[in-house]
Design a protein around this ligand. Structure first.
Ligand SMILES: Nc1ncnc2c1ncn2[C@@H]1O[C@H](COP(=O)(O)OP(=O)(O)O)[C@@H](O)[C@H]1O
Ligand SMILES: [Mg+2]
Length: 229
C-alpha cells in the first residue's frame, strides 16, 4: 500500500545571518492512511519543525517528502497550497480561531479558500458542527466559549474540506485534564469511525497513549518508532 506520508532523509536547517542551524538530521518515516500517531520529545527537539514540514507550511533543506505520492519539493507554491488545502486539516495549541468571526464562520473559512459556494459552505458547516454537538454555538464568538469548546470548533474547522489527514501540534497544551481527555476521545473517534489519519505532537505520556504508534524525537533524530506503551 502506498504511504500517505513518506519522508526520506529529511534535513532541516534554519539560517540565522547566513549561518545554518541544523535542527533535523535525516528523518526517515512512513505513515499509512488510517494511522493514529503521537510524536513526543523534549522542548526544542524539532517536533514543530517536523510538523511544519509534514503540513507543507515549511520546506526541508534536503531530502524528499512524498505526500499522497506527490513529491512536495517538486511542486510549485500554488500546487503545494492546493495539496495542503485538500489533504490536511490543522489543529493548534492556541486554537487559532479568528476572534471577530462566529464559530460557523471559522469552520467554513477553509471552504471559502477551496472555492465552495456560500450556501454549500453554510450547509456543510452546520452539518459538521452538528456532528460534534456544537450547533447551538454556531453564532457564538470564540470568547463566548470555553477552551474545550473553542478547540472543538478548531477541530470542526480542520474537517471542513474532509481531509484524510489531521495534524495537531500540542492540541491539549492549553486544556485541563478532563477537557484534554474529551478532545483526545474526539480524535480517536475521527480516526476510528472516519479513517482519518491523525498525527499529533504532545509531551504528555497520558495523551500519547490515545495513539497506536509513538515516534520519539530527540535532538532532531527519531530515537523510537513503535507501539505506544
Ligand atoms: N524559525 C526558526 N528560526 C530559527 N530557529 C528555529 C526556528 N524555529 C525553531 N527553531 C529552533 O529549532 C529547534 C527546534 O524547534 P522546534 O521544532 O520548535 O522544537 P519543539 O517543537 O520540539 O519544541 C529549537 O532549537 C528552536 O529554537
Ligand atoms: Mg513545538
Amino acid at each position: 500500500m502506498q504511504s500517505l506520508i513518506k519522508l526520506e532523509n529529511i534535513q532541516k536547517s534554519y539560517f540565522i545571518e547566513n549561518t545554518p542551524i541544523p535542527v533535523l538530521h535525516g528523518i526517515d518515516l512512513s505513515i499509512s492512511q488510517g494511522e493514529f500517531v503521537a510524536i513526543m520529545g523534549h522542548s526544542g527537539s524539532g517536533k514543530s519543525t517536523l510538523m511544519n514540514i509534514l503540513g507543507c507550511l515549511d520546506t526541508s533543506t534536503s531530502g524528499n517528502y512524498y505526500l499522497n505520492g506527490e513529491n512536495v519539493s517538486q511542486l510549485s507554491p500554488n500546487q503545494v497550497a492546493n495539496l495542503r488545502n485538500r489533504l490536511i486539516g490543522f489543529v493548534f495549541q492556541g486554537f487559532n480561531l479568528l476572534k471577530r468571526m462566529t464559530a460557523l464562520e471559522n469552520v467554513t473559512l477553509p471552504m471559502l479558500y477551496a472555492g465552495i459556494s456560500k450556501t454549500e459552505q453554510k450547509k456543510r458547516g452546520l452539518e459538521i458542527l452538528k456532528q460534534m454537538g456544537l450547533e447551538k454555538h454556531a453564532n457564538s464568538l470564540p470568547n463566548q466559549m470555553s477552551g474545550g469548546q473553542q478547540q472543538r470548533i478548531a477541530i470542526a474547522r480542520s474537517l471542513a474540506n474532509h481531509p484524510p489527514l489531521i495534524l495537531a501540534d500540542e492540541p491539549t497544551g492549553n486544556l485541563d485534564t478532563k477537557t484534554s481527555d474529551d478532545i483526545m476521545t474526539l480524535f480517536t473517534e475521527l480516526n476510528k469511525n472516519q479513517g482519518i489519519t491523525v498525527i499529533l505532537v504532545t509531551h504528555e505520556p497520558d495523551i500519547a497513549r490515545y495513539a497506536q504508534r509513538m515516534i520519539r524525537v530527540m535532538d532532531g533524530r527519531i530515537t523510537y518508532d513503535g507501539a505506544t506503551t
